[in-house]
Design a protein around this ligand. Structure first.
Ligand code: PMP
Length: 435
């Protein structure tokens, strides 16, 4: 069959079923059929290096995961309100990674958006308050509460005329661009949170919580400068509020030096939201928190979600954690991430378009600017580079409000050779653009 007609047919099938609202990678994406490690194979047998996929953290089509889940599917998959072993196998395995003994309770959900909605519900019920402080340029999900605390390019307050009045925004703590610059800007950004807490408390609306990613995903993998989270958390807690960490993108060992972004930043949240990597594209997420916070919810009515932590998903969740441990994937993220960062440093020395590299481990954001003083975003160049890299067999996408950051967040199995393949393709593409 004619490949371009086949592709067109797939696009039409999806649009007919879903309408135009569904997001997808590329205007004209390859039709992928198989995956292995960090590689994807399309219907023509072409291979692509998948640098965009922080969902399939242990790699595509991992045989241990496929076997474990299919074995469970043959035995039992049912409503999560039954008692069965897989549920506790997953929750206990996840709690082995808890960043603090006080965070001893875990509730499985189906997605990152649900984890955020549940986190917000928990802090509101536990504190008896409504107001939440969120960070600009963040994306936390599409469900009602998650959407309300998101301000990224995805921001779509659906039928709401405006953001709900319980949400209050502070600037993204970006030390490269923003109102405060430089590595010492953390306390300046944290003071904004403290001042907002004071204002809210004066108005009789002390915050229920502050929600932030420990590394700012949508802003481009920006690591908040030291003094930000460890300044903001005490400010919120001084007013009786709680801290929610959205670890949906950056948790699970991706940052290399620590399993959690919060640990890397030296803070202990009250509630942690996880998803994406948790099920390796099986719909699974979780909220990790303290017992008394969940108990507050229990007084209001029990939590349940029919398929959250159902046997097959729970087996997927436990297997992902086993594979991360057994294959040393966090260590791999640290090692290959350091190699990638060094290679990007070398490219920055010869390609002035490369403004800075955010992030660490296998979560890096390559920010492209036209001018190192004004930081004018190289938005059209970034889009062009992404299309060009696809021609080189590399899948990478732009991010940030300015769409000028190439975000590299591949499966944690990425090898040194694959990182080198990307660096060579990026070097060639940047040279082509310069000449
Ligand atoms: N939080 C963050 C930081 C995310 O990046 C995402 C998804 N991109 C979500 C929450 C929502 O997760 P999901 O798509 O699984 O609903």
């Amino acid at each position: 069959p004619d490949p371009s007609r086949q592709l067109l047919r797939e696009r039409r099938r999806r649009d007919r079923a879903m309408g135009g609202a569904a997001e997808r990678y590329y205007a004209d994406p390859p039709q992928i059929e198989r995956g292995w490690g960090a590689l994807l194979i399309d219907s023509q047998g072409r291979a692509y290096l998948d640098l965009v996929n922080n969902v399939t953290a242990i790699g595509h089509s991992h045989p241990r995961l496929a076997e474990a889940v299919s074995r469970q599917l043959h035995l039992l998959n049912t409503n999560s309100r039954f008692l069965y072993r897989a549920y506790a196998d997953f929750t206990e395995r996840l709690l082995e990674h808890s960043p603090d003994p006080a965070l001893d309770t875990v509730i499985p959900v189906n997605s990152g958006s649900e984890a955020i909605d549940l986190a917000i519900k928990l802090v509101q019920v536990a504190t008896g308050r409504r107001d939440v402080i969120a960070v600009r340029e963040a994306y936390h999900g599409w469900t009602m509460a998650a959407d309300s605390v998101s301000t990224s390019a995805f921001d779509n307050p659906s039928a709401l005329a405006s953001r709900p009045d319980w949400v209050h925004l502070v600037d993204a703590p970006n030390s490269y661009r923003g109102p405060h610059r430089g590595p010492a800007s953390g306390p300046d950004y944290a003071r904004q949170v403290a001042a907002l807490c004071d204002r809210l408390a004066d108005a009789g609306r002390a915050p229920a919580a502050f929600i932030c990613e420990p590394v700012l995903g949508n802003a481009g993998g920006v690591i908040p400068p030291r003094g930000y989270l460890d300044g903001a958390y005490p400010a919120v807690r001084a007013h009786g509020g709680l801290a929610i960490a959205d670890e949906v993108q950056v948790g699970y060992g991706r940052l290399g030096s620590a399993f959690w972004g919060s640990t890397m930043q030296g803070v202990v949240p009250d509630v942690i939201a996880v998803a994406k990597a948790a099920g390796n594209a099986f719909p699974l997420g979780a909220v990790i928190t303290r017992r008394e916070i969940v108990d507050a919810l229990r007084r209001e009515g029990m939590f349940f979600s029919s398929a959250a932590g159902a046997p097959a998903g729970a087996v997927a969740g436990a297997t992902v954690l086993d594979v991360i441990r057994d294959e040393g994937l966090q260590q791999n993220a640290a090692c290959v991430g350091a190699h990638l960062a060094a290679g990007l440093d070398r490219l920055a020395a010869i390609h002035p378009l490369l403004g800075t590299v955010h992030g660490c481990g296998l979560y890096q954001g390559i920010e492209l600017v036209r001018d190192h003083e004004t930081l004018e975003p190289a938005t059209t160049e970034t889009a062009w580079i992404c299309e060009r890299l696809l021609g080189h067999g590399v899948i990478v996408q732009p991010t940030s409000e300015r769409q000028n950051v190439l975000k590299v967040k591949p499966p944690l199995t990425l090898t040194i050779d694959e990182a080198d393949m990307f660096l060579a393709a990026l070097d060639a593409t940047l040279s082509e653009l310069r000449d």
